[in-house]
Design a binder for this molecule. Structure first.
Ligand code: BG6
Ligand code: MG
Length: 219
């Protein structure tokens, strides 16, 4: 029987504004290799794994053939070092509005909560926010072979909770993420502007409530 059993969250841009730090770190790395990226281009990187993002940036600069795999791994590591440096002061004060009460309401309703982030930094970010214990399951980005828009990470999150995908609702701020949720067979709530294919779209996280999630599930 169709019944809401779980809510599956993206991390960057949904739980905290780390999506902006990914952008700043990529912008700096890209500038180091004479490629300029702007916020519009960055939209295409949201929800995309580290190496896939690097490939998109190199392609944008027409430099996709200029680096060996080893050099690309060094570039990706350099981006990650910028990113981790930007996160050094991350704390519970950086949890986006409404998220903490939402997580508490979902748990109080006996629903399960999982994280579906393709970021390998996700466990560290959740720990810095003091939210690790709010999640029942974290899908392991290191074991994912396809980043969003492939549904893999959402399917792994649902399986980890022991829940049928059709009994879960996913929450995302990226177009690739919304497509991943829908391909996984879940209802999708988008956060932000310009996202297409959502079952519900809110302008920011303060508008997310359990009642709304329950309503979207019934669509
Ligand atoms: C996603 C972000 O959550 O994680 C992407 O939206 C990022 O911007 C990806 O590239 C991978 O993150 P990380 O921390 O493993 O480099
Ligand atoms: Mg995101």
């Amino acid at each position: 029987m169709k019944q809401l059993e779980a809510v599956i969250f993206d991390l960057d841009g949904v739980i905290t504004d780390s999506a902006h730090f990914h952008y700043l770190a990529w912008k700096q790395l890209a500038a180091d290799i004479d490629i300029e990226i702007d916020e519009a281009f960055n939209e295409t990187l949201k929800g995309i794994s580290r190496m896939d993002s690097l490939d998109l940036i190199l392609a944008k600069g027409g430099r996709e053939k200029d680096f060996t795999l080893e050099q690309k791994e060094e570039l990706a590591a350099k981006k990650n070092a910028h990113y981790v440096e930007l996160l050094k002061d991350l704390s519970a004060a950086d949890i986006l509005p409404g998220i903490k009460p939402l997580l508490a309401a979902i748990r109080a309703a006996n629903l399960k909560i999982a994280l579906a982030s393709v970021s390998k930094n996700a466990p560290m970010v959740l720990a810095a926010l003091g939210l690790t214990d709010s999640f029942d399951y974290l899908a392991d980005a290191a074991k994912i072979t396809h980043s969003k828009p492939d549904p893999e990470i959402f399917l792994v999150a649902a399986a980890g909770l022991g829940v049928e995908p059709a009994n879960a609702v996913g929450i995302e701020d990226a177009q690739a993420g919304v497509e991943a949720i829908k391909s996984a067979g879940m209802k999708a709530i988008g956060v932000g502007t310009g996202l297409v294919g959502t079952d519900e779209l809110v302008s920011d996280t303060s508008k997310l409530t359990l009642a709304m999630i329950q309503k979207v599930f019934q669509i």
